[in-house]
Design a protein around this ligand. Sequence first.
Ligand SMILES: [Zn+2]
Length: 131
Amino acid sequence: MWANMTEAELRQLFPALPPLQHNAGWLPLVVHCLAQMAKAGLNLQQPRVLQIKQKLGSLRIHIDTSGMSEPQRTAIALLAAQALTASRSVCELCGQDAQLRVGASGCRTLCALHAQGTLPHPSTFDAMDTP
Ligand SMILES: [Zn+2]
């Protein structure tokens, strides 16, 4: 049920999710990570996911693990770290192979085409560069 899920479908299943503060290329990473976290015991029907955002060019998924067992906390932290690592080679805009690039608008993980600016950037691209 998780594969190729759109943000709207994800949100319909889990209304407690916070806004996704990144661009569409990372949605599959987020969906995969949340699916693994759910298997590890995270209840996505509760407001446990505190934040999902791009920061310094990588994907940050912050989870409230209070009340969870130590093995569950460890598993959740590991999955968040894996998603962060994975995001460093996936274009935030289109999901293609990418690398971390440092430019005028900060650090972004972009494919060659998006780094050159030959494809249009979504209007949200710079607006979301929150600390
Ligand atoms: Zn791209």
